[in-house]
Design a protein around this ligand. Structure first.
Ligand SMILES: Cc1cc2nc3c(=O)[nH]c(=O)nc-3n(C[C@H](O)[C@H](O)[C@H](O)COP(=O)(O)OP(=O)(O)OC[C@H]3O[C@@H](n4cnc5c(N)ncnc54)[C@H](O)[C@@H]3O)c2cc1C
Length: 418
């Protein structure tokens, strides 16, 4: 058993986790980041999520609302020739298109500039906590060789699925709390697609509805986001499923189900879409893309009202501006509800702190938000922002240093927009 102590431990190396680790390190804390896969990036590099959303507000006058660590990542992607500003989607969403391999490399380059201990291929399997005092004492992790016991003053749950909070015994909501929530989706990468093919939702809907009528029983979404990544490669966000829990049994069934759907979508593209007769399914990702699973109950909870009316509270530590993107029906394209006046909203520090816990902070998909607000904050641009804020807050959380003004001052010093 290998043992070590840190000021801050971050579990999860997605957008939010890497930002949290850098935020903590820049604040002067000793920090460990644990990631179970072999690369950073979370769903961007393991589930084929091919664009950063949430760096900018909506509309043709989009303004940048996430800087700090997120900006460093954009600059690194620019250096690699992979970022030159946002593109506007047909509904006016400002997105940053991603090349998965460039993202993996860029995140390594950025994170390893800082004094953070990083363990890839390391999985947290246990958290020891005193639920009376609300204090996590240690996490137990394993790799293929050793077992580790890591203790820390503060912990950041950046696991997407609130795995740390769950193992510690914190109060959680699953999905929308009523047994429903946003569908999860497998993202398909297809190549050998003729440059003439257009992916308007109406065209897709006609093709996929006909295929369903003709007996393709495994298809779900009749329309969805399908876009061209380069001259002959396309990203299709279609095979969907509701994931009711995170047991291996359930996830195995969901992985198989959406891989079966992927094959059927491929057959349908071959048969029904001119220009796709010879397309190949080149990737379905390492895992199904999980949207809406466990959420931490925070000292504060961001509401849909606050998001849609662009409320900017005094204790804001991060900005969001992505519309509420709701995937509530596995068969239908997502619905968007836009923030008033294409503005941004502020995320209070209390949404990042687990209620009743002294040293448990949340970042990215795990933060405390109602189902409507979650539909906006879950994107990765916003994840960089909440991650950096959680890392700074965790690093400063001893005694009086944890006051919101101190956290805000440090975030501004680090170049974040709050
Ligand atoms: C189909 C789909 C399409 C999407 N499209 C977009 C989009 O276009 N743009 C956008 O910005 N967002 C998009 N999103 C949302 C976005 O991908 C996620 O909400 C986002 O990845 C959340 O970031 P995160 O850092 O919170 O978590 P994640 O990206 O999920 O990262 C969490 C990390 O924690 C690690 N981890 C978990 N448990 C453990 C453990 N026990 N031990 C060690 N490591 C652990 C995981 O391996 C993972 O790397 C999409 C989501 C889905 C599902």
């Amino acid at each position: 058993m290998i043992q070590k102590k840190y000021d801050v431990i971050v579990v999860g190396g997605g957008a939010s986790g890497m930002a949290a680790a850098i935020g903590a390190a820049k604040t002067g804390a000793s920090c460990l980041l644990i990631e179970r896969y072999g690369c950073l990036g979370g769903q961007a590099t393991t589930a084929n999520v091919s664009s950063y959303c949430g760096f900018f507000t909506h509309g043709d006058k989009a303004q940048q609302i996430v800087k700090g660590v997120g900006q460093e990542v954009l600059e690194e992607l620019h250096r690699l020739g992979q970022y030159d500003g946002y593109t506007l989607s047909p509904v006016g969403n400002a997105i940053v298109a991603l090349d998965q391999e460039a993202v993996k490399f860029a995140l390594d380059e950025v994170l390893f500039r800082y004094p953070v201990d990083v363990l890839l291929h390391c999985r947290m399997v246990q958290a020891e906590a005193d639920r009376q005092t609300g204090k996590i004492q240690k996490v137990v992790c394993v790799d293929d060789q050793d077992r580790y016991e890591f203790t820390a003053n503060a912990f950041v749950d950046a696991t997407g699925d609130a795995n740390l909070a769950y193992l510690a015994g914190a109060k959680l909501r699953y999905g929308d709390g009523t047994g429903k929530g946003q569908a999860s989706t497998r993202i398909l990468m297809l190549d050998r697609v003729s440059p003439d093919v257009r992916f308007k939702p109406a065209i897709l809907e006609e093709v996929l509805t006909k295929a369903k009528r003709d007996g393709y029983k495994n298809l779900t979404k009749e329309s969805g986001i399908v876009f061209r990544v380069n001259d002959d490669t396309v990203c299709a966000i279609l095979p969907s499923v509701w994931v009711p829990d995170l047991s291996a049994k359930t996830l195995t069934a969901c992985e198989r189900n959406t891989r079966r759907q992927a094959q059927e979508y491929l057959e349908v593209f071959h048969k029904y879409m001119p220009g796709m007769e010879k397309c190949r399914l080149i990737s379905t990702g390492v895992q199904l893309g999980l949207r809406d699973t466990r959420h931490v109950l925070g000292e504060k909870t961001l509401t849909g009202e606050q998001v849609l009316h662009a409320v900017k509270p005094k204790d804001s530590v991060a900005r969001g501006g992505w519309p509420c993107e709701m995937h509530l029906d596995v068969n239908k394209i997502a619905k968007y509800i836009f923030v008033d006046n294409d503005d941004y909203y502020g995320i209070p520090l209390g949404c990042l702190k687990a209620k009743g816990w002294m040293n448990l902070w949340c970042a990215g998909r795990t933060i405390s938000a109602d189902p409507t607000a979650f539909a906006s904050v879950r994107v990765m641009g916003c994840g960089f922002a909440t991650g950096q804020a959680a890392g700074v807050a965790a690093a400063l959380s001893q005694g009086e240093n944890g006051a919101v003004e101190t956290v805000q001052r440090e975030l501004v010093r680090q170049g974040a927009l709050i």
